[in-house]
Design a protein around this ligand. Structure first.
Ligand code: ADP
Ligand code: ZN
Ligand code: ZN
Length: 731
């Protein structure tokens, strides 16, 4: 076969589950284009960036095979294990390979930018240079002083001496200092030693390092039991063997505090990957990892797509956390994909949590994972005492009972800090007319049967829909009866904060939720501002995780009752995890902590079980219920969602889907629906869904394989926006 007859088979980010043939560009030998390199091509009228997935013989029946416009890489950007794992992922989520590869690449590379240069520039004094003539205290002299201690990288200088570049140019012009290009990552300074591990921690580290290849380890340890110390030791061991470590953390868990702790302990540059980074910085970390220069990468969900040519260990901290599941586009689960990659890379994968997901517990109980436990808090910290406060018939003040307010008073008087946890931001969940019963509903998210309330914000002046983002001023009078008796109903964090500010004038009251802290650093500076002083924090689950607050001695949980009666089969699991996580914030160090839980349902089995037996007792019961009901992890689910301006196209499309599944006739596959989605309308779209379930993955995927090609070609599918979610976490 001559190269003229060979074409590039290109994966393009388009919703078509196939590859596209292109000839090599004019003057480029097709043999010289590696699999995994990016190409720029015309696709219809558009220019797209695709990834070469292979080569093949030209299809002589095709009308015309266009040439690619350009090959962007001489070496593949995706290759080896990562490319193989991504091919697997595309099959598993039943998405086009091109879309999966585009999701995996950092934005800058996806858009066709070059693989960034990851060499470091180090500034050092020129041999024999004398800095005596520099003006004392001026920037060039301050820079010279830093450099005469030791050579510094540009990143270090950014931290140490903002605005140093002009001074550096001045020193270079005078022949006093010079920039040197180096390859980073090889040499480490010795890290600061950590605490001596207790026996359980030692056993956990041994269980991880004992694996000479793939093995999954569930590290179940109560909050504050020293899981992070175990990760750090296992990572140190991995670095000592010259390998790379990848650590996944939840969206809200990646704090500057965490990174600083890793850097200090490991004595090596720790590369962070999170949504706060700009595209250039992300691409640099990705490129540094792909060259083996970045040895430790700590990142949120999409960091699971980091290339790891020298992989030694993958850690998934808080493995139960919902932020690991991507909820749109390519709906992957970073924890599950971590296990796939760990297996392909033949390295251990550690799943850590105080509250493991039922899926993971089930796998551990089935013997597929090594299960190690840390049963007590590390150091001297004691577990918090939990008290359930029955608030039936109690007069509540902004949702807070008199007993709780007295307890908060006593706590701050004793010099402690209080966290009031309410998982609802805004001033109040509903605005109600006391005269006629009208309530403010979102026009774009409500149906006649399902009014979706707008949340009251800004002390009652503004209404906002938390689902579609719609905002409007609150009406002055009731739009229905013209009455002036509009009242916010219920409480959100804003209203609690407002009342606590009135009641506690002698201590700071700080609110922490997405409204008050849009930026990551805002939370840091808010907490730094508080320091160790007595004070009150009011917050949503943003506060449930992350920052250590050693002086936090009281956690008050209010307004959880709605979560006790949700229809979602995972609601109980999520609530139990949240309660344990929030409670875990109390008494992390010097002082013993207390958790007070306000409820109208003190006898609810979930609360009773959690308090009497802890998370494991809850989980055992919940697993038995799931088994009886045929829910995951005892069944495997895929959810097909459809949305359209009116209900009819959804109904037609999902009815077709259902008949396709029936035609496929795979044994044991059940199809439920079409049913309205839990939110039957959102942002002006009607929403419906079809749930496919099977006791074995194989049957589920066989059914999807048989059905999806027909749906992709069907005209009914063009009139709706539809998507498939394999292993959905929200039904
Ligand atoms: P987790 O990740 O399980 O919440 P950490 O690893 O953050 O727990 O540990 C909680 C606190 O206990 C930290 O301040 C940590 O430095 C300390 N710690 C952990 N292990 C030990 C130990 N073996 N001896 C003393 N202190 C420890
Ligand atoms: Zn009214
Ligand atoms: Zn809305």
């Amino acid at each position: 076969m001559s190269s003229d007859d060979t074409v590039l088979r290109v994966a393009l980010p388009v919703p078509l589950a196939r590859l596209f043939d292109y000839r090599a560009p004019e003057g480029v030998d097709v043999e010289a284009v590696p699999v995994g390199a990016r190409v720029r091509v015309m696709f219809g009228p558009r220019e797209l960036i695709g990834v070469v997935a292979g080569t093949g013989p030209i299809d002589t029946a095709a009308r015309e095979t266009k040439a690619a416009l350009a090959v962007l890489d001489t070496a593949p950007v995706l290759q080896g294990e990562l490319l193989d794992s991504l091919r697997w992922l595309a099959r598993y989520v039943h998405a086009p390979l091109g879309e999966v590869l585009a999701t995996a690449l950092p934005a800058a590379l996806r858009q066709g930018g070059p693989m960034p240069d990851t060499d470091e520039i180090v500034w050092r004094p020129v041999a024999g240079a004398s800095f005596d003539k520099l003006k004392r205290g001026a920037m060039p002299q301050r820079l010279a002083e830093l450099l005469s201690e030791r050579a510094r990288t540009e990143d270090e200088l950014d931290d140490a001496l903002p605005g140093w570049r002009t001074a550096a140019r001045a020193l270079a012009t005078k022949g006093l200092a010079e920039p040197i290009r180096t390859t980073p990552g090889r040499d480490a300074v010795p890290g600061t030693p950590g605490p001596v591990l207790n026996d359980e921690q030692r056993a956990a580290v041994d269980a991880i390092t004992a694996h000479d290849g793939f093995g999954a380890v569930l590290l179940e340890g109560v909050t504050g039991s020293g899981k992070t110390e175990v990760y750090l030791q296992a990572i140190a061991d991995c670095l000592a063997r010259g390998k790379q470590a990848l650590v996944l953390v939840p969206e809200i868990g990646l704090t500057p505090q965490t990174l600083a702790r890793f850097r200090a302990r490991l004595g090596i540059d720790v590369h962070a990957l999170h949504s706060g980074l700009n595209d250039t910085a992300r691409a640099r970390v990705w490129a540094a990892a792909s060259r083996g220069q970045a040895r430790v990468i700590v990142g949120t969900r999409s960091a699971i797509f980091t290339p790891l040519p020298a992989a030694g260990l993958i850690v998934v901290d808080e493995e139960h956390d919902g932020s690991y599941k991507q909820q749109d586009g390519i709906r992957y689960h970073a924890r599950d994909f971590a296990l796939v990659r760990g297996k392909a890379l033949d390295v251990p994968v550690v799943l850590g949590s105080a509250t493991p997901s039922l899926e993971t517990l089930h796998n551990a109980q089935a013997g597929r994972y090594t299960h190690v436990r840390l049963s007590k808090r590390a150091g001297d910290a004691k577990p918090p005492a939990v008290r359930v406060l029955d608030i039936r018939k109690r007069a509540l003040d902004a949702g807070l009972s008199p007993e709780l307010l007295a307890k908060i008073r006593a706590t701050v008087d004793a010099g402690g800090q209080v966290l009031v946890f309410r998982n609802r931001r805004g001033y109040a969940p509903v605005l109600l007319c006391h005269d006629c019963g009208w309530s403010a509903a979102c026009k774009r998210c409500s149906t006649p049967d399902h009014p979706h309330p707008m949340t009251v914000h800004a002390g009652g002046r503004r209404l906002q829909c938390h689902h579609c983002g719609a905002r409007q001023p609150a009406p002055m009078a009731c739009p229905d009866c013209g009455g002036l008796a509009l009242q916010p109903q219920g409480v959100g964090t804003e209203r609690i904060e407002e009342r606590l500010v009135e009641l506690f004038t002698d201590v700071p009251v700080l609110r922490v939720d997405r409204g008050s802290t849009r930026r990551r650093d805002a939370l840091e500076s808010l907490l730094a501002q508080l320091g160790d002083r007595p004070g009150i924090l009011v917050g949503t689950q943003m506060l449930a995780k992350g920052h250590d607050l050693p002086n936090l001695t009281l956690v008050a949980v209010v307004g959880i009752d709605e979560g006790l009666f949700s229809a979602d089969f995972r609601a109980g699991e999520k609530l139990a995890q949240l309660l344990i996580q929030v409670a875990g914030r109390a008494g992390r160090a010097r002082r013993a902590g207390e958790v007070w839980l306000q409820t109208h349902h003190p006898a609810h089995p979930l609360l009773q079980t959690l308090i009497a037996g802890g998370y494991r007792a809850f989980a055992d019961g919940a697993l038995a219920e799931r088994e009886a009901a045929g829910f995951p992890p005892f069944a495997h689910l895929a959810l097909m969602r459809a949305e359209a301006k009116s209900a009819e196209p959804n109904a037609r499309f999902l009815a077709l889907a259902k008949s396709c599944f029936d035609d496929a006739g795979i044994a044991d596959v059940d199809v439920h629906g079409p049913l309205p989605a839990p939110m039957p309308r959102r942002a002006g779209f009607q929403r419906a869904q079809l749930l496919v379930s099977a006791p074995h993955r194989r049957a589920l995927h066989a059914a999807l394989d048989a059905t999806l090609p027909r749906l992709r070609d069907a005209p009914e599918g063009k009139r709706v926006r539809w998507s498939l979610d394999v292993d959905p976490i929200d039904l």
